[in-house]
Design a protein around this ligand. Structure first.
Ligand code: GLU
Length: 286
């Protein structure tokens, strides 16, 4: 094998067609570039992750015919996260932030996605540390040059995209950005294949991984998303129709694959398609 990729769903709902498209891209990339596949269950948000959804991820993937070589779950990585936090703290790169959501919204500009661009208020002030606080990482004012295997070159400075960002939130939960960077490093991920909705996180993840001591970032590919009838991306929060519902209604894996390829504009009709054919088809688009 020449590298390692991962499929990293969050168990905050059942898998839907958007996840299936992502999985197809991950498995196709593995076929094309000779990569091993790691399933990482991203349950860093312990408030929203549900055990029934964890079990369902594995079952639904197996039912669809996907196989993987290794697996991990983020809730078993909390020691690893503590260790990485300590390393960053020892380098003087972490500070507590006492700003409430209201203050963050009122005092900082927002980027085009509505995210706060934190201006660093708490990095200039010292306060009583028993107050509720998040932990932010001090990022460099530095342009990140990175290449997307599908979308081409990007030049982005996270200082202007989001500013110093939280690595642990006010209730002590590890954030997505921190957990994903730690795990992509520790699990030796060489290729990150995921939807365009996360593209905006890439420069900040590369910046954080550099601070964590990984000089060479993974290669990235962000695929186009399936949208619903109103043009919005499918989302678990808004209860997108799940693979499980289709399964229970008697839809076959081949019918589901055909539908997803059709909705993603990769096949001219929704004709049933087997997994092998679907992966070969996607390989042609990589
Ligand atoms: N856990 C994220 C999600 O389900 C994906 C993270 C990633 O691929 O970097 O949207």
């Amino acid at each position: 094998m020449k590298g390692k990729t991962r499929f990293a769903p969050s168990p905050t709902g059942y898998l839907h067609e958007g996840h299936l498209l992502s999985a197809l891209y991950v498995w196709a990339a593995a076929r094309k570039w000779d990569l091993s596949i790691h399933l990482r269950i991203e349950d860093h948000d312990q408030e929203r992750a549900k055990p029934e959804h964890i079990a369902a991820i594995r079952e639904d993937l197996q039912w669809l015919g996907f196989a993987w070589q290794s697996e991990s779950i983020q809730s078993s990585h909390f020691d690893r996260f503590e260790k990485k936090l300590k390393e960053l703290q020892e380098k003087g790169l972490v500070y507590p932030c006492y700003c409430s959501r209201k203050e963050l919204d009122a005092e900082n500009p927002k980027n085009e996605y509505g995210e706060v661009i934190y201006q660093g208020k708490c990095s200039f002030e010292t306060k009583e540390s028993s107050l509720p606080h998040s932990l932010r990482v001090k990022i460099l004012d530095k342009v990140i040059y990175w290449n997307d295997l599908r979308l081409g070159d990007f030049e982005e400075n996270p200082k202007f995209q989001c500013g110093d960002f939280p690595i642990r939130d006010r209730i002590g939960q590890w954030t997505y950005q921190f957990a994903v960077c730690t795990d992509d490093i520790e699990e030796g991920i060489t290729h990150v294949i995921r939807g365009e909705d996360i593209r905006n996180s890439t420069a900040r993840q590369i910046a954080l991984m550099e601070l964590m001591g990984r000089p060479e970032p993974p290669k990235y590919l962000h695929h186009a998303l399936i949208v619903d009838a109103s043009g919005k991306k499918l989302s678990k929060r808004e209860k997108a129709h799940s693979i499980r519902q289709d399964r229970e209604a008697g839809v076959s894996p081949q019918e589901l694959l055909g539908r997803v390829l059709f909705k993603a504009g990769l096949q001219a009709s929704a004709a049933p398609t087997d997994l092998n054919t679907a992966l070969d088809l996607i390989c042609q688009h990589l």
